[in-house]
Design a binder for this molecule. Sequence first.
Ligand SMILES: Cc1cc2nc3c(=O)[nH]c(=O)nc-3n(C[C@H](O)[C@H](O)[C@H](O)COP(=O)(O)O)c2cc1C
Length: 229
Amino acid sequence: MGGALVVYESMFGNTRAVAEAVATGMARVAPGDAVDVIEVGTAPALAAVDADLLVIGAPTHAFGLSRPTTRSDAAARTGTGVLSTTIGVREWLEHAGAPAALPADGATPARRGLPAAVFDTRVLRRNLPGHAADAIARRLRQLGLSLVTEPATFTVDGYTGPLLPGELDRARAWGEYLATLLRALPLLPEDAGATGARGRTETPGTGRSAPRTGRPASGTGPSAPGSPR
Ligand SMILES: Cc1cc2nc3c(=O)[nH]c(=O)nc-3n(C[C@H](O)[C@H](O)[C@H](O)COP(=O)(O)O)c2cc1C
C-alpha cells in the first residue's frame, strides 16, 4: 500500500477518535506506509491530495453532513469548544469544484478514479434516517473518485458521545480491511464497493449499525469485517 490520507470533521472528538483508529488499523497492515490523519479545516484541497487512498469521515448532523448552523448548535452543547471550527466536510467537498476539477491523467496529485472510502458517526437510535457518509459518497462519485467499499458507520451514545464499547476496535478492523483492500486493488473492478453502497447493515439484536462495509463486487478481493449485506 502507498500513502493514505484520512480527513475528518469532528465536533466532540468521536469522529476524530474513529479516524485515528482507522489509521492505526491501516498501519498494522502496512507499517512502512504513511497514513496521515488531518482535520478537515487544515486539509489540503481535494485536487492537491497526494495519496493512494483517501478516507473521509464526518459526524451525521440533521440526517446528513453538518452545516454552519448545526456546527453552531454543537458548539452550544459544550463549554469546552468543538474541534472543527472553520469548515466541515460539506464545504471541503463543495470547494473541490466540478467533476472536471479532477483530471483523469493525474496532472494534479488527485485524479479521477482516486480510491476512496467514507465513514460517519451517528447516535444510537433506531429508525433515524440519514447518514453523513452517504452524502460524502454521493459527492465523491460526482467528482469521479472510486469508492473501494461501502460506507461505514460508528455509533456514539448521545450527541457528545462517547463511542459505544467496541467501536474503536471495529474502526481499527475497518482500517486493516482498507489497507488489505488497497493492496488487492489491481484485482478489483473500478468502483467495486459503490455497486453495493446502498442501504445498511444492522447488527442483530443491538439496533446498532454494523460497519457498512461490503465485499468487492468481484469476490476476488479480501472480505470486509462485519456482516456483508
Ligand atoms: C446539531 C446536531 C445534529 C445531529 N443530528 C443527528 C442526526 O440527524 N442523526 C444522528 O444519528 N446523529 C445526529 N447527531 C449526533 C452526531 O452524529 C454526534 O454528535 C456525532 O456522531 C459525534 O461525533 P463528533 O464527536 O465527532 O462530533 C447530531 C448532533 C448534532 C450536534
